[in-house]
Design a protein around this ligand. Structure first.
Ligand code: UD1
Ligand code: MG
Length: 511
C-alpha cells in the first residue's frame, strides 16, 4: 500500500431508502447517467484501493448484480438483520482480509457528488496526522437530522451524537442535549485505521435511541482508548450531501450537471446555455465544439472538436466526429462522421453510421443504416436495415420497406447511385453502383450498374375530361380560358422540360 492509496474502501448501500417511495432501490436511481452507487464506486475506485467492498441488503437481488456490472472487482458484503452503520461496516470488513492494516475509507452509496480528490485528501490528512479516525465534517446553517460533532478544547473530536439521541438527552436534561446546538455535522465519510475500526466495532452495542449499531460510536471508543480522532472539514457541502428523496435526487442532479458543464467550458467547449444543457458524467467533448441550448449529451456519447450540437438535441451514446453539425436531433447508439450534417428533425436509431461529410436531413428516420462518405439522405425518408454507399443520393420521401410483417430485410444502394423521390424499396433490394431508380417507383427487384429502374404506370392524359365530367365548375372555366388563350402543358413551362412529365424520363430526386 503506497501513501494516499487506502487499503480498502467500504461503501454502505444496505439501507432501504423508504423516502424515495420507489420500487427501484434508492442507490440504483441515476443522475448524470450513472446510478447513485455507481458514482460512489467511481469515486472510491479512483483512489486505487487494494480492496473495494459494497455492503448490500435491501433488494440485494437488484443491487448486487448492478454493483458487479459496474465494477467486477468490487466485493459484495451482505449485511445481516442487525441494523446500523456500524453493523454495515462490520459486515464489510468480513469480506476483507482479517489481518488488513492501513487506512479503511467508509463512504455511502447514496452520496453521489463526493470526488476521488476529496477521498485522497482525506486519506493524506488522516495518514499525515497519525489519526486513528478522521471524519469529514461540514458546518451547516441547519444541522437538523445529522450526527453532531462534539470537539474537545484542543479541537479534536470527542464523539458524535446522533440527532435522536441528542433530543432524548435534552428531554432528560442530560449533557448530550447540548449537541443539538452544534452546527458541525458528521458527513458519514471517514478514514479509519483498520485495526482500530475492527477492535472498536467489536465493542459497539445497540443501546441508543434507534436500537442500532452506530458506526459513530467508534470515534468515542477510539478517543477513550487514547487514540487521535480529528475532523477533515470540507467546505463544499454538496460533496457529502446524500439523496433521501426525489427532490434531493433532482437537486443533486442539477448541481452535478452544473459542475460537469462548467468543467467542459473550462476545457474549451462553448456552452451557450448551461441551464438547459445536460451532460452525463461519462461524456467527452472536443475543443471548440459549440453546444447550443436545450441539448442533452447522455450515456457514453463522445463529441469531436469543432462540432456544433443543438439546439434541442438529445444524443445517447452517440459518437460525433470533428466538425459535424447535429441540429434538433434525437439519436441513440449511432455514429456521425466528421463534417457530416444531421437535422433538423432527424431521428437516428441504433446502428446508424453516417460517413464523413454525409447528410441525414429533415424528417428522416434511420435504423441499422450504414451511410457512406458523402452520401445524402436529405428529406422525409425512413432508412431501416440499409447500406447506402459512398456518394449515393436518396430522394425525398423514400421508404426502405424493411419489414414484411414477419422478418426484416436489407437494402443496399450502391456508390453514387440515385434513388428518385417517393421510391419504396421493398427489401431485400440491391441497387448497384452507378444506378438510378425512377421517382415514385415501388421496387421489388435488383438494379444493375448503369440501369434506371422504373416501376410505375406510364402517365395517360385524357383530353376533354374536365369539360365532360366537371362541366360548370371553376376548374372547367379555367380550362376553357386557358384553351382560348392557347396555353398548353408544354407552353406553360419556361424550362422546356415539360416533356419529362409525359415521357419516359424517370429521375426526379431532390438534391
Ligand atoms: C448517519 C450517521 C450520522 C451522519 C449521517 C450523514 C450513524 C449512526 N449516523 O446517519 O452521524 O450525520 O449518516 O448522512 O452512522 N446503511 C447501511 N446499513 C444500515 C444502515 C445504513 O448500509 O444498517 C447505509 C445506508 O444505506 C446509507 C448510509 O448507511 O447509505 C447512512 O444511513 P442512514 O440511515 O441514512 O444514516 P443516518 O441516520 O442518516
Ligand atoms: Mg441519511
Amino acid at each position: 500500500m503506497s501513501e494516499n492509496h487506502p487499503a480498502a474502501v467500504i461503501i454502505l448501500a444496505a439501507g432501504e431508502g423508504t423516502r424515495m417511495k420507489s420500487r427501484t432501490p434508492k442507490v440504483l436511481h441515476p443522475i448524470a447517467g450513472r446510478s447513485l452507487v455507481g458514482h460512489a464506486i467511481h469515486a472510491a475506485r479512483g483512489t486505487r484501493p487494494e480492496h473495494l467492498a459494497v455492503v448490500v441488503r435491501h433488494r440485494r437481488d437488484l443491487v448486487a448484480p448492478h454493483v458487479a456490472e459496474t465494477d467486477p472487482e468490487a466485493l459484495i458484503a451482505d449485511q445481516d438483520e442487525v441494523k446500523g452503520t456500524g453493523r454495515a461496516v462490520e459486515c464489510g470488513l468480513e469480506v476483507l482480509p482479517p489481518d488488513l492494516t492501513g487506512t479503511v475509507l467508509v463512504t455511502y452509496g447514496d452520496v453521489p457528488l463526493l470526488t476521488t480528490e476529496t477521498l485522497l485528501a482525506l486519506t493524506a490528512d488522516h495518514e499525515a496526522s497519525g489519526n486513528a479516525v478522521t471524519v469529514i465534517t461540514s458546518v451547516l446553517d441547519d444541522p437538523t437530522g445529522y450526527g453532531r460533532v462534539v470537539r474537545d478544547a484542543d479541537g479534536q473530536v470527542l464523539r458524535i451524537v446522533e440527532q435522536k439521541d441528542a433530543q432524548a438527552a435534552r428531554e432528560a436534561g442530560a449533557e448530550d442535549g447540548a449537541a443539538l446546538d452544534i452546527r458541525e455535522i458528521n458527513s458519514g465519510i471517514y478514514a479509519f485505521d483498520a485495526q482500530v475500526l475492527r477492535d472498536s466495532l467489536a465493542q459497539v452495542g445497540t443501546a441508543n435511541a434507534q436500537g442500532e449499531k452506530y458506526l459513530t460510536d467508534v470515534l468515542g471508543l477510539a478517543r477513550e482508548a487514547g487514540r487521535a480522532v480529528r475532523a477533515h472539514v470540507v467546505e463544499d457541502r454538496w460533496q457529502s450531501e446524500g439523496v433521501n428523496d426525489r427532490v434531493q435526487l433532482a437537486q443533486l442532479g442539477r448541481i452535478l450537471n452544473e459542475r460537469t458543464v462548467t468543467a467542459w467550458m473550462r476545457k474549451g467547449v462553448t456552452v451557450v446555455d448551461p441551464a438547459t444543457t445536460w451532460i452525463d458524467a461519462d461524456v467527452t467533448i472536443g475543443q471548440d465544439t459549440v453546444i447550443r441550448p436545450g441539448t442533452q449529451l447522455l450515456g457514453a456519447t463522445t463529441i469531436g472538436e469543432d462540432a456544433v450540437i443543438g439546439p434541442d438535441t438529445t444524443l445517447t451514446s452517440v459518437e460525433v466526429g470533428d466538425g459535424a453539425s447535429v441540429v434538433r436531433t434525437q439519436a441513440e447508439l449511432a455514429v456521425i462522421g466528421p463534417r457530416a450534417t444531421v437535422g433538423p428533425f432527424s431521428y437516428l436509431r441504433p446502428g446508424t453510421e453516417l460517413g464523413a461529410g454525409g447528410k441525414i436531413g429533415a424528417f428522416v428516420e434511420t435504423k441499422n443504416a450504414v451511410i457512406g462518405e458523402g452520401a445524402k439522405v436529405p428529406h422525409l425518408t425512413y432508412a431501416g436495415d440499409a447500406t447506402i454507399k459512398e456518394g449515393a443520393n436518396i430522394g425525398a420521401g423514400t421508404i426502405f420497406a424493411n419489414y414484411d410483417g414477419v422478418d426484416k430485410h436489407h437494402t443496399t444502394i450502391g456508390r453514387h447511385s440515385f434513388v428518385g423521390s417517393n421510391t419504396v424499396l421493398i427489401a431485400p433490394v440491391n441497387v448497384a453502383d452507378g444506378a438510378y431508380t425512377g421517382a415514385g417507383s415501388a421496387l421489388t427487384g435488383d438494379v444493375e450498374p448503369g440501369q434506371i429502374a422504373v416501376s410505375r404506370a406510364r402517365q395517360r392524359n385524357v383530353d376533354g375530361w374536365v369539360a365532360r365530367k366537371r362541366a360548370g365548375t371553376r376548374t372547367a372555366e379555367a380550362a376553357e380560358a386557358a384553351r382560348a388563350a392557347g396555353d398548353g402543358t408544354g407552353a406553360t413551362r419556361s424550362d422546356g422540360a415539360g416533356s419529362r412529365h409525359t415521357g419516359s424520363g424517370a429521375e426526379g430526386g431532390q438534391a
